[in-house]
Design a protein around this ligand. Sequence first.
Ligand code: FES
Length: 199
Amino acid sequence: MSDTPSDASKRTWLIASGCAGAAGAAFTAVPFISSMQPSERAKAAGAPVEVDISALQPGEKITVEWRGKPVWILKRTPQQIESLKKTETVVADPKSERKPSELTPEYARNQARSIKPEILVAVGICTHLGCSPTAKLEPGAQPSLPEDWQGGFFCPCHGSTFDLAGRVYKNVPAPDNLEIPPHMYLSDSKLLIGEDKKA
Ligand code: FES
């Protein structure tokens, strides 16, 4: 897996963020996968991004850029998939019924919000004011998180929490689940982000 460090010039979404400082700090340690990306011009126009996930290990998350946004790809462990049953009752929109055409493609309107239960593909931008949430994948009590935390994502800007399917918790500032971008599998190990039409 490429470990190319984050390139400040690529983190353009931070400029649009409501709290770029906190989000920027959260991003400095995130590996940025840039292999097989189209030209900068095509990317700006929203070209789909092809990602090789063959080296992605269970429990590991990578970030790619699509349309200037960070897109997370998390390979969930069996325990992490199981945790989604426990968070079902504490999240605000467990079945992804809100703004489905904007936030959740039809093939991701399930408990894991994904095509394959183990692979989460989600836009890493908080639905409150656009900060980038931090991965808090380890379960258990931690500062600022619910006592029965099952692992998920925490937005440091105003304290919104999301489970490991990007489903927003009840009673937090963020109104909606994280966006699942259009995507499809070109093969078992290749994902195409930005397009989901069958070839
Ligand atoms: S921007 Fe995420 S909680 Fe406000």
